[in-house]
Design a protein around this ligand. Sequence first.
Ligand code: PHE
Length: 448
Amino acid sequence: MQSSPPGPAREQWSSRIGFVLAAAGSAIGLGNIWRFPYVTGQNGGGAFLILYLACVVLLGAPVMVAELAIGRHGRRNPVGSFEAIRPGSFWKIIGYAGVLTGVGILSYYAVMAGYTLGYIFKSLAQDATPFADFAANPLVGLPLFAVFLVLTVLVVYGGIRNGIERWSMILMPLLLALLLVLIARSVTLEGAERGLAFYLKPDFGKVTGHTIVAALGQAFFSLSLGMGAMITYGSYLSKRDNILVSGVSVALADTLIAFLAGLLIFPALFASHLDPTAGPSLVFEVLPRIFGTLPAGRFIGAAFFLLLSIAALTSTISLLEVATAYLVDEHKLSRHRSVWVVALVALLVGIPSALSFGSVPFFSKLPWIGWDFLSLMDWIFGNLMLTLGALGISVFFAWVWKTRNAALEIREGCPGFDRIAWVLDLMLKVVCPIGIVVILVFLFLNLG
Ligand code: PHE
C-alpha cells in the first residue's frame, strides 16, 4: 500500500461545486458545441447519439474516475503522479505524453477558439464574409489566435481558486443559460420537428464500424480524458471530496451540454432545409445563415459565439494547466513564468495551424497526405494520443496500481465505494483496454 507523498501544502479547490464546475468547464468546449453536432450529423443522427452515450458510460466514466484517483493520490501533475505511485518506473511516460498532448491540442484548439471569438464581432457587424474567406486571412486568424492564448494565460495566472475555479463558477452557469434560451428559439421554428426526429429517432441501419470509432473518439475528446487534464484537476481535490460522485457529475454535465447542443442545432438546421452532413464548417457556415433569418438575429448570433468562446476558454485553461503544473511541480518554476513559457510554445507550434485555412497553401494541403495542418494535429493529438493515453491510464490503474490499492484512495470521501469497486475493476481491466484497442485498429485502418 502506498501513501501520498507528504510534500508542501498544495492549493485545493475551495468547494465541491467549484471543482465540478471547473472540471466540467474543461470537458465542455468546442468538442461539445462545435464538434459533437457535426460528427453526429455526419454519422446519421440518433443512432450515433446512442452509441456515444454508451461510450461515455462504458469507457469514459471509468477512465474519468481513474484519472481523478491517480491525481488526488499523487497530488502532482501527471508526470509526478505516476512517479509518486510507482517510483522509478517507466509509467511516468504516460504523464510526459499527456503534457506534450496538452500543448499539442492547445496549439490548434486555440486557433479554432480564436475564430469563434472573431465570429462574435462578425455577427454583430452583420458581416457576410463566408467562413472560408474569413479564415484564409492571416491578419485575422493569427491575432485572434494570439488573443485567445493571452486570455487563457490571464485566467491560469491566478492559480486554482482565484483563477480557474472563480472563472468557472461564473462562466459555466452563464453558458447553460444562454444555451437554453437559444434552444427555446430553435425548437419553436417552423419545421423543427424534422430536426428533432433526425436527432432523437435512431436509425441503426446507418451504423458502421466508422460510426463506432467516431463515437469512442468523440467521448474521450469531449470528456478531456487521456492526457492527464483530470489527473491534474484531481490533484487539487481534498480527501473529503467524493471522487466517484464528482467524476460522474462531470461526465453527466458534459454529456448534457453535448445533448443540448444537438437540440439547438438540428431543429434549426432542418427548419432551414440545410444539410446535416456539412462537416466541420457546420457551426461557422450554417448557423450564421439561420441567425440571419431570425429577428434580432445578429444578437442571437453574437450570443451563440460568445457562448462557444466561453466554453472553449474553460477548456484551454485546463490544456494550459497540465503543462504549467508540470513545470511548477517538477522544475520548480514560478507559476507566472511557467504559464508564459507554455503559452509561447503553444503559440509557435500553433502558427502553422493558424495558416492552414488557405492563407499558406503548403499548410492548407500538406504534400503526401493532402490534409491541412490543423486536421493533422487534431488526428495526432486529439485522436491518437488521447486514445493511447486512455489505454495507458486504464492499464496502469487496474493492472499496475491495482484497483484494490486505488480503492483505498477512492474510499476516502466515498465510504460506499468498496461495494461497487468490482464494477470499476472490470471496466478498467477488461472493457476499456479491449474497447480502446479496437478504436486504435480502426484508426489505423482508416488512415490507409
Ligand atoms: N474536452 C474539451 C472539449 O470538448 C477538449 C479537451 C480535450 C480539453 C482534452 C482538455 C483536454 O472541447
